[in-house]
Design a protein around this ligand. Sequence first.
Ligand code: MN
Length: 204
Amino acid sequence: MRRVYCIGRNYAAHAVEMGHDPDREPPFFFQKNPNNLDSTGEFPYPRHSSDVHHEVELLVALKSGGPNISIDKALNHVWGYAISLDMTRRDLQGEAKKLGRPWEIGKAFERSGPVGPLNAADKIGHLSQGRIALKVYGALKQEGDLNQMIRKVPEMISYLSEYFELKAGDVIMSGTPSGVGAVARGDMMEATIDGLGSLVVKVV
Ligand code: MN
């Protein structure tokens, strides 16, 4: 893993639930740290927050990169896909937003990116539609369709490649559908994306 790019407010319904107008405020990027990604199946509730939220997201892993990648060639750089969670200290992120500060304290903390196994695009194809959902203890919390992304995967790759040099090992977390909410210790989160199966993560 080289870099972790994350997109904010990439599903209109989620932008609205966070109090924003997706027509006036287009999606934007921030980063987590590569070693924040975690495949242990456990998410330790972090310190300094009492409002930690789940955000289920499609993770896109690149096998190559470069500058100035065109939209129509972008998928040639994709190695595969995984289910991921952009766990967020919402209270700390909210304070940072209010003060115009960066988001790291809310987004880039230890083990803030639970992730499932990578699936090769060679085998499963590219994912541009399909259900994305998250349940907590069997109760449906988040639900959407990959085709609701405002910036599609090829557009994200092309856009990022204008500002950064993308390389093999970079991953993109492609945003979350609506229904984000708080978790508590002991919760069992089950994230699903059509074509990728499911990812179960326990909050400990
Ligand atoms: Mn997110």
